[in-house]
Ligand binder design. Structure first.
Ligand code: FAD
Length: 503
């Protein structure tokens, strides 16, 4: 097995997505020597970045890997193994969670647990993360949480078609507000406000992804190194410490050593790595004394809807600019509902992955007259929803929907709103097991070591030189997009942990 000084550092981070890239930036600010180990390579900047057929039909930037289900089925997961991870294609909608998301929340069918820290604890780091990720926003959402610093950049302007739609919503007593967006529309910025942002890689690097905003600037400080094309297979431990990573590069085994190890491989892969690291000493897997690793897998209850006005053309270019949070805390029955968010404008060819038999020109005509939203509500942790491993170490996902009655109600509410707003037909696409881009919760954070895997700073209770800094630590999924909270927590962990003592 190869071992070299190139593959050793004070802090070794596995994964360069939102958690790993942001943590590397935070550690670089403290002058800490850091190695980021990434299984993928830098995503090429090429014309196909903006080609809907290449991205959605040919799945050019997705791995071939399949995950399985306990009944013997399999699916292609919503993951991207590239430098920057899923943020290379994400929709850059970067809202904060609400104050109430950090507290216990009761639903008719269960409980969403409290986080081991409050909104106030994370608030300064939300500000720093918004600066780092060039977030554009304003205070037009009356339901947004309090903030100690203004957004670094003004909200994206609404295009006339969207302005008209938002007026129709206001006429119903709703309060749509600007979406918090991470794109480079600063003065002189590189964003050209095109129609191929949400779900596409950005050819001009104007999307605020973790490679562009965090990892590359971290490398420029001289404190952070990146190795690409290295897949970590398992962690080697002795006593209560991780001593090395077993990995491979182009089929060759290599060993990576360090003082502190951080898994930022995404909720499923980080949990899988801990399970694969079982040893005689730790037959349940690493950091898994509670048996909680892999459990409480959450993905949000999400549905895309397309509201169609047959006689009104939608000429919008950049559609992801507004959200409705009127139902976030209360859907009119005393229980939280969730959020409605505009998403990037869907094109006919993008629907081809689902509407495989419908001719593309029909889909195009449909898309010309529709406006698309994401209806997002909270799922709740269930220990039976979990990541396990098959006999070859592959990922198995056991999942059933939780708290779905809230989602049904929010969806019905959304449909009636859009019908009243002049869209007689509203089509839906409910997210299925493969649409797991918001996955979280597989190694929950908490103060009580008998009910959590990580402490409030993402350190494994059982293994003091091991951290998980990605969406795995979420104790609940809330009902807002996760990336801003992953980034804020990564900056909090970078700033507040005593890294030399952790080694
Ligand atoms: C199409 C799409 C749109 C989205 N839109 C939004 C949005 O608008 N707003 C939002 O908040 N969120 C959005 N998300 C979700 C968001 O991207 C994720 O929540 C976030 O990136 C998760 O961060 P992470 O650090 O947990 O994992 P990731 O960002 O996925 O990073 C994990 C990294 O670890 C690497 N890795 C995995 N296993 C190994 C291994 N064994 N060895 C070495 N490296 C490994 C991967 O290659 C990857 O680079 C979207 C996601 C998708 C796919």
């Amino acid at each position: 097995m190869t071992e070299s000084t190139d593959l050793s550092a004070s802090v070794v981070i596995v994964g360069s997505g939102m958690g790993g890239g942001t943590l590397a930036w935070g550690l670089a600010q403290r002058g800490i020597d850091c190695l980021v180990v990434e299984r993928g390579y830098a995503l090429p900047r090429e014309p196909q970045n903006w080609d809907p057929r290449a991205v959605f039909v040919d799945r050019r930037y997705k791995p071939l890997e399949m995950w399985s289900t306990p009944d013997g089925g399999s699916f292609a997961p919503g993951v991207h193994y590239v430098v920057g991870g899923n943020t290379k294609v994400y929709g850059s909608s970067l809202p904060r969670l609400r104050e109430s998301d950090f507290l216990e929340r009761r639903f008719p069918s269960g409980v969403s647990p409290a986080w081991p820290f409050t909104y106030a604890d994370l608030e300064p780091y939300y500000c720093d993360a918004e600066d780092l990720y060039r977030v554009h926003g304003d205070e037009s959402d009356p339901f947004a949480p309090p903030r100690s610093r203004a957004y670094p950049y003004p909200a994206l302007a609404q295009e006339p078609y969207i302005d008209d739609l938002l007026e129709r919503l206001r006429a119903q007593g709703l309060h749509p507000g600007a979406t918090s967006m991470g794109v480079d529309l600063r003065e002189g910025g590189s964003c050209i406000r095109c129609g191929t942002c949400d779900g596409f890689p950005c050819q001009v690097w104007a999307k605020s992804d973790s490679e562009v905003c965090a990892l590359r600037p971290a490398i420029d400080t001289g404190h952070v190194r990146l190795v690409e094309g290295v897949t970590v297979r398992r962690l080697e431990s002795r006593g209560d410490r991780v001593i090395a990573l077993e990995a491979d590069r182009a089929g060759e085994p290599i060993r990576i050593t360090g003082g502190v190890f951080v898994l930022s491989a995404g909720a499923a892969n980080s949990a899988a790595l801990l399970l694969r690291s079982a040893s005689d000493e730790r037959p349940q897997g690493l950091a898994n004394a509670t048996g909680l690793v892999g459990r409480n897998y959450m993905v949000h209850n999400n549905t895309h809807i397309a509201a169609v006005a047959p006689f009104r053309m939608n000429d919008v270019v950049f559609q992801k600019t507004a959200a409705v949070n009127d139902f976030y805390e209360d859907l009119g029955d005393g229980y939280a509902g969730g959020t409605l968010q505009l998403i990037g404008k869907v094109q006919g060819s993008m629907m081809k992955t689902h509407a495989t038999t419908v001719p593309e020109f029909v889909l195009d005509r449909f898309a010309d007259r529709s406006v698309e939203w994401l209806v997002m509500s909270e799922d709740i942790p269930d220990p039976q929803n979990r990541i396990t491993l098959d006999a070859r170490g592959g990922i198995v996902v056991q999942w059933r929907r939780t708290n779905y009655d809230r989602h049904e109600k929010l969806l019905a509410t959304a449909k009636s709103i859009f019908r009243r707003a002049g869209y007689p037909a509203v089509f839906e696409q409910r997210f299925t097991i493969d649409m797991n881009s918001h996955m979280c919760g597989t190694a929950v954070g908490g103060s009580d070591r008998s009910t959590s895997v990580l402490d409030p700073w993402c350190r494994a209770h059982d293994v003091p030189n091991l951290f998980l800094v990605d969406s795995a630590f979420f104790p609940s999924s809330a009902a807002q997009n996760p990336a801003m909270t992953i980034a804020a927590q990564a900056l909090r962990v970078a700033a507040e942990v005593n890294w030399s003592a952790a080694a």
